[in-house]
Write a protein that binds this ligand. Sequence first.
Ligand code: TMP
Length: 209
Amino acid sequence: MKGFFITLEGPDGGGKTTQAKLLLEFLEEQGRPGLHTVEPGGTEIGRAIRALVLNPRWRQMASRTELLLMAADRAQHVAEVIRPALAAGLVVVCERYVDSSLAYQGYGLGEDLRLIDQANELAAGGLLPDLTIVLDVEPATALARTACRTQRDRIEGRGLEFQARVREGYQKLCAAFPERMHLISAEGDVKAVHRRIAELVASRIPGRG
Ligand code: TMP
């Protein structure tokens, strides 16, 4: 069976982890075993990078350092987890990937989008998702969902205006790559959002064999 690569994108507090788990259960029911993974932090090295890049202590971190740390995490993740899983015929469900760098470091922080494409190319070696689902939610709603955490991480702490630019970035990316990227409203009932995602995935994933 050929592997299939799905990424889930969207703001912090958009419900990606919940939806990834529900999607994997759905895939299992369809006889398609999957692998759930995340960026940053899908490998042991990645978890060390995640602890560094999200630590609120590093207020002086330059946006390019942030971009390159995300890319380093991705390079390890692609080599160690994603490519082997796809080669084994699994459906990879990955929370965040190349589009997070475009949305956050590009649209959010104002880094040059062409430079980010280059960093993504270096990290991923041209491996793009077969399908990208962007969970779209009002920044205020998303931010409120992360408010219960004891301490916001370095990127969550950037506030509403930043999150609004990220959201707009995702919307632009979806408009630019309509074949691969799909915007799905993440407002409201978890099960209703899952049904929208499952319907889309079922329509795109090739049959078994
Ligand atoms: P998470 O909390 O959804 O796991 O994501 C961690 C944070 O990292 C989130 O605020 C988004 C950010 N991020 C980037 O800014 N650029 C990237 O390339 C990736 C993968 C994540």
